[in-house]
Design a protein. Structure first.
Length: 249
């Protein structure tokens, strides 16, 4: 495991080398800590690791990446899937795009592919950036955080935290605000699409359009809540993940 890019936490602090590995991709402005609750639900049966993007937490001094596809290339380089070791991806919001693009790059390299992609809180890719992702300055970024809600809203009331968080937020919104899907082969692994029924930027119908990006099956799961529906449904999400991966906690 590349310790520069991947972090493990929760009950499974050490990799046993067995079982399914779930690689988790944070949302815009997010970091690996966003996946501590999911790790608590799934560990130690599932080896939960999360991708730490540059420019936040212990990588704060590094320059954030302002391109979804470039970030995916770097993550693909860091992952180096083990032959015979099953793994899956879970990405929320921007993380869903990075997870999907990482899987595409691994497929292009003929590397072992993921068992499944869990794509949360994000509509299917389009040829042009989503209108909700296009920002013209910090005020737009801050307004987007308020609109999406979740625990991230708390940082808006702390000027010191906001000063530290803004470089990563700016870079992440530039990344998704410039992202356009480039046509290519469909993936061949199944998708599980997860979305909140009151998400202000991701209608259920848009999330369901992910089915057009894989030649395998797509399962759409709708949960009560907004963009960060995960905060109130972690046990249920854990059940969806374990059932889809064929493991029992």
């Amino acid at each position: 495991m590349d310790i520069e890019w991947l972090r493990r936490f929760g009950a499974a602090q050490e990799d046993t080398g067995q079982g399914v590995r779930l690689v988790c991709f944070p949302h815009a402005g997010g970091a690996v800590s966003a996946y501590v609750p999911l790790s608590r639900v799934l560990s130690p049966v599932v080896d939960v690791v999360a991708v730490q993007y540059p420019g936040r937490q212990d990588r704060y001094r590094e320059t954030p990446v302002e391109s979804v596809t470039r970030l995916a290339e770097l993550v693909a380089d860091a992952l180096e899937p083990e032959e015979g070791r099953p793994y899956a991806f879970f990405g929320h919001s921007m993380g869903a795009l990075v997870a999907y693009e990482t899987a595409r790059r691994l497929a292009a390299r003929s590397a072992p592919g993921p068992l499944r992609l869990f794509l949360s809180g994000r509509g299917a890719p389009g040829l042009r950036p989503e209108a909700a992702d296009r920002m013209t300055g910090d005020a737009d970024v801050i307004e987007a955080i308020r609109r999406l809600g979740g625990t991230g809203v708390r940082v808006l009331d702390d000027p010191d935290v906001m000063e530290m968080a803004m470089p990563a937020l700016r870079a992440d919104y530039r990344a998704i605000g410039s992202y356009g899907w480039e046509p290519g082969p469909s993936l061949d692994c199944p998708f599980t699409v997860l979305v909140g029924d009151a998400d202000p930027v991701v209608p259920v119908a848009r999330a369901a359009e992910w089915s057009g990006f894989t030649s395998a099956d797509t399962d759409v799961r709708v949960f009560p809540g907004g963009h960060f529906y995960l905060d109130g449904c972690m046990e249920e999400i854990g059940d969806v993940v374990t059932a889809a991966l064929g493991v029992r906690v």
